[in-house]
Design a protein around this ligand. Structure first.
Ligand SMILES: [Zn+2]
Length: 88
């Protein structure tokens, strides 16, 4: 698997830290997020069945690699699952 550049990683973390992610919808099959980027808004979808991420930005569609938006959503999910563990 190709590695993710530190720039993408850092930008994703920044989106997460700055609270740029909005959870739009959560169904049995999918979770929809939206990210407020610098100039644009992006839609990220997590497919729970396939366990796959997708994003509608150019980076993702050209390179088919995790973009900063997907990374940001992963941070959000990770944080939420940690919070859930603490509650139990
Ligand atoms: Zn993206």
């Amino acid at each position: 698997m190709s590695s993710i550049s530190w720039r993408t990683e850092r930008k994703g973390y920044w989106f997460f830290k700055e609270g740029k992610i909005l959870r739009e919808a959560d169904t049995d099959k999918r979770t929809h997020f939206s990210i407020n980027g610098d100039n644009d808004k992006y839609s990220v979808i997590y497919d729970k069945i396939k366990k796959q991420w997708s994003c509608d930005c150019q980076f993702f569609s050209l390179k088919l690699k995790k973009c900063s938006h997907v990374i940001a959503c992963e941070y959000l999910q990770k944080e939420e699952s940690n919070l859930n563990k603490e509650r139990m």
